[in-house]
Design a protein around this ligand. Sequence first.
Ligand code: CO8
Length: 258
Amino acid sequence: MADYQYILVEREERVGIITLNRPKELNALNNQLVSELADALESFDRDSTIGCIVVTGAGEKAFAAGADIKEMADKSPIEMMEGNFRSWERIKRTRTPVIAAVGGYALGGGCELAMHFDMIVASENARFGQPEIALGIIPGAGGTQRLARVLGKYRTMEMVLTGAHISAQEMAQHGLVNRVVPKGEHLKAALELAHKVAEQAPVAARLAKESVLAAFETSLEEGLEIERKNFFLLFSTEDMREGTRAFVEKRKAQFQGR
Ligand code: CO8
């Protein structure tokens, strides 16, 4: 596996694991870290033996406390534009399902990063927030848009306008967190969920992800069309034949990813 400075990359059977690894800086997302993360996600995405990816933060205190404020402080608008927006776009395009395992702070870009992923498992000490307003800026990696689509206008306004930190339990009530587990158990719980996803037919899992995401980016009619086409496309896979045959033969399906 590639040599990275700010992330750790490993695998557990069919699950890829990426750890944001700047614990002393609360895993603050500097340009290089975000670029390394995009590289690692793309590399897992190209590997057909990987069925799900978990992204977590090193240390107990944070998933990620946001973009690196020290790196950002003296930047011009042009430097910001030329910075890591492209890496964020690459992260967004990951086709393999990704689970964020959040322990501690997921703030600013850290909260936005978790929301780029497909499910969020959080420990009970996790705190989510968009505190950019206190720095005189606003969220820049999708915070206003993705939060509003999940929490609605009023709660999003409160988070973005006050910078308040919201507990994992409250986020779970609003539907932004899949499950809240005891402190320190977020990675274990995320891996359990990831292994369940990774057992499924990989092409179906990718097209299921693409179809669900279409719900947030298209009209209902367009989304239904994308779903229908993906549904029909899956009838061309050997895994579909295997899955239906295994059901009839009352045995567990052996999916091959084609
Ligand atoms: N950037 C850089 N360093 C950080 C960051 C950060 N975001 N967060 C924490 N650190 C550093 C601290 O400076 C400190 O380092 P040092 O020991 O050298 O002083 C170390 O991590 C530990 O932090 P604290 O001592 O502050 O720890 P506390 O437990 O007292 O506080 C907090 C924890 C509440 C999380 C606090 O650190 C904090 O408020 N951090 C900043 C949170 C924040 O404002 N995040 C938003 C940043 S802006 C952003 O994310 C914009 C996203 C744009 C994305 C698109 C880009 C293209």
